[in-house]
Structures are given as C-alpha cells and as structure tokens.
Ligand binder design. Structure first.
Ligand SMILES: Nc1ncnc2c1ncn2[C@@H]1O[C@H](COP(=O)(O)OP(=O)(O)OP(=O)(O)O)[C@@H](O)[C@H]1O
Ligand SMILES: [Mg+2]
Length: 262
C-alpha cells in the first residue's frame, strides 16, 4: 500500500461567510504527483493556501504524516513548513534581489550552511532549471518563463519533502512547459518528493499526474478524483469529460457540422 503523506478530511474553505469549497476529502501518497484541477475561480489556489498553512480551514483537517497541521503547536507547524517548497501563482521572486540572492534567502534563513556552501547550492539549483550563469540577473531582466523557472529553483532550495506549484507552466511556450514537466518528474524521481500541482494544461496533467482532484465551481466541492488517465477513460461526469477533452473540441469541428443557434 502506498504511504499517505498528506490527508485532507472534510475541509471547508471560506472567505468570511462565503463558502468557496466544502467537504473536500482526499489523500496524497508519498512520491505522487497530485494535480488539483478545476475552472478559474473554483478555489484551487485557496486550497493550496489551506494546505501550506496560510489560511485556516472553516472546518476540517489537513494532516502531514498523520500529524494534524492546524492542531499542532507553533514549533511542530514550523517543522512541517520547513519541509515544504512553494511556487506561487504570482510574485515568486523579490524584485530588489538578484536570482542568486533570491535562492540563497531560504538557505541563509533556515540552515547553518557557510556562504561557500550556499553559493554551490545556488549554482546547482540554477543549473537544474536551465539558468546556469544567470545568478547576477535581477528578475526584471528575465523573461516570464525564466522568472517561473527561477521561482522553481527557489522553491527547491531546501530540498523540500513536498513541493507545491500553482500554475507552473502558465504563460510558458509548449517546449518550456514540457521541460518544466520533465523537471518536476525528475525531482520526484531523484528526491522522492511529493508534488502538488495546480494546472489547467492538459498535456501536463496527463504527462505527470499520478492522481488528481477536480473542484467544481457550482457544486462547490470535488466532483471527481483519481488518475487523470482513468478519469479520461471512465468518468461519465460531463464537466470532467469536457475539461479533459478540451483540446479535441478546439482542434476539430463538431462532427455534425451544424452550428448551434442561440
Ligand atoms: N482574499 C480573498 N478574499 C475574498 N475572496 C477571495 C479571496 N481570494 C480568492 N477569493 C475568491 O475565492 C474564489 C476562489 O479563488 P481562487 O483564487 O482560489 O481560484 P482559482 O481556482 O485558483 O482560480 P484561477 O484558476 O483563476 O487561479 C474566487 O471566487 C475568489 O473571488
Ligand atoms: Mg489560482
């Protein structure tokens, strides 16, 4: 049996009185790449924020290795957070710092490594995301895709046990997006990290996803979960099918050739 790494039970998330999603329950196994799917505004980023300790659940639990995050004391919580790396949907890097300084920041803050050791790790992480030699650049001097990759390097600085990515490939060209997928697979395989990814990109979902959950905006809860490939083959939920077969709908004309009238 695969080992449960993160367990979310009966989680309800709200902003004030407005419930965004209710009664979410799912398990993420150690070493899995877990995809959070759903339309824009369904609550994917909000779910990430609940999992990484930025937002307290209205109801329900988030457990790491069986340890209840929100019931743990401050010290235990910090210990869990120390093992987590995050690539946020927006604003991943400090604009006033070079790439090298950005990546060195968590290392300087959370480890007792010497400056030389930190420099070595920074070079290694930059090379890993294809940015060797860009350490002295400022974020504003890079393309959007390069900034994304630098954010990834910073998320990986502390060799985290769990990586959270919010839309890592949004705005990237297909080739760079594909490289990012390869990198995520490589991280999982080499470090054994558990990876949680919010993404819309179908190619990524099928290429890297071991397991998934689908958040529905109308039902305000999950309407499907499982391996994306299995969902594609077996789900009979029309919304899930529509989401997972979007490419076909765009690439091909409707079979009847008829045009729908309003
Ligand atoms: N700080 C906030 N205060 C109040 N409501 C918020 C806040 N942040 C998000 N929301 C609301 O919560 C809902 C979910 O937002 P969220 O950012 O989690 O969606 P998402 O699934 O990540 O969307 P996208 O794919 O566009 O990034 C939206 O209706 C949004 O308006
Ligand atoms: Mg979002």
């Amino acid at each position: 049996m695969a080992e449960a790494h993160i367990t979310v039970s009966e989680l309800t998330m709200s902003y004030g009185d407005v419930v965004i999603q209710h009664d979410l329950s799912f398990t993420i196994h150690r070493g899995d790449i877990f995809i959070i799917m759903g339309g824009s505004g369904s609550g994917k980023s909000t779910l990430l924020r609940h999992m990484i300790g930025l937002q307290r659940p209205a109801k329900g639990e988030v457990c790491y290795d069986g340890k209840n995050f929100w019931r743990a004391n401050e010290g235990e919580r910090q210990k869990i957070l120390r093992k987590i790396g995050v690539l946020y949907q927006r604003g991943a890097l400090w604009s006033s710092m070079t790439l090298a300084e950005n990546i060195a920041l968590p290392l300087a803050e959370y480890t007792a490594l010497s400056q030389t050791e930190i420099d070595d790790i920074v070079s290694l992480k930059l090379a890993l995301v294809g940015l060797a030699g860009f350490g002295e650049y400022y974020p504003s001097e890079l393309s959007g895709g390069m900034q994304k990759r630098a954010g990834l390097a910073r998320a990986m600085a502390l060799d985290p046990d769990i990586l959270f990515f919010d839309e890592p490939s949004a705005g990237l060209d297909p080739i760079t997006a594909r490289l990012l997928d390869d990198l995520i697979l490589h991280l999982r395989d080499s470090l054994g990290s558990t990876v949680v990814v919010v993404t819309h990109e179908l190619a990524s979902i099928f290429a890297i996803g071991d397991n998934s959950i689908f958040l529905d905006t109308d039902a305000k809860t999950s309407i499907a979960s499982g391996s994306p490939k299995d969902l594609l083959e077996h789900s009979d939920n029309p919304k899930v099918r529509q989401f997972l077969t979007r490419g076909e709908a765009v690439d091909r004309p409707p079979p009847s050739g008829k045009v729908a009238h309003a």
